[in-house]
Design a protein around this ligand. Sequence first.
Ligand SMILES: Nc1ncnc2c1ncn2[C@@H]1O[C@H](COP(=O)(O)OP(=O)(O)OP(=O)(O)O)[C@@H](O)[C@H]1O
Length: 251
Amino acid sequence: MLELNHLSKTYQTGNQAYPVLKDISLRVEKGEFTAVMGPSGSGKTTLLNCVSCFIPFDEGEIHLGDTVMKNLTEKELAFVRNNRLGFVFQDYMLFDGLTVFENICVPQIIRGGQIPQMETRAKELCRLFGIHHIAEKYPVDISGGEKQRTAVARALMNDPDLILADEPTGNLDSKSCRTVIDSFLKAKEELNATILMVTHDSFAASFCDRVIVLKDGRIFQEVVKMGSRQEFFDELLDLLRELGGGENDGE
Ligand SMILES: Nc1ncnc2c1ncn2[C@@H]1O[C@H](COP(=O)(O)OP(=O)(O)OP(=O)(O)O)[C@@H](O)[C@H]1O
């Protein structure tokens, strides 16, 4: 589904070069829920931004299915971003002037979808994520967890190949965090969604199938969930303490 081969990225500030991603190779399979963790500044967001082509990378290759994510025209890139990728951000990025239902429809409106099919899909997603009762509300009138579940529904509207989530639980309390993680799990289980999530939150990451830990721009370790969620959580906490990144170790 997603394959990165020897990806490198260096930021240039004046005469200074800051290598941020160094020879990153990884695969994410269809239907996998994968987290990227690591200390602040280890390159997590840069990695996500390279995958979505929000920023250029210097060396290596990114494949999304059979599409090589380099040298795409603006039109091709816009198509990939709206139809083959779904985005979930820490600060939701909902349109304040649109209702929950209308926000969810936006990707299909951009795509030029048929209204009846659009409404059917949006209603299904509202039901799946338990937000049907707030469908006519505006973002200002709903909670953070509800906003983020709306964002997850919107990200799935065009049935993308991959969802990229950057700190999706970063602004949420533990109860709302759990409802958002449950939404990702439902997306995976019921829609076979593939999710790549950057997070500082070991609790959120412990629901994933696999965690890729970055350190100083390199893959430090990949941890696959083998036992229970609690065991995986403990394993992640130990690993992140060893790394020393001030990670969230509260449940
Ligand atoms: N546009 C930029 N120009 C120069 N340096 C940058 C730029 N964007 C990020 N950096 C630097 O690159 C490094 C990696 O940043 P990035 O945001 O990818 O890390 P991160 O692991 O997501 O961090 P955090 O957990 O704090 O969000 C940091 O040292 C950051 O200061």
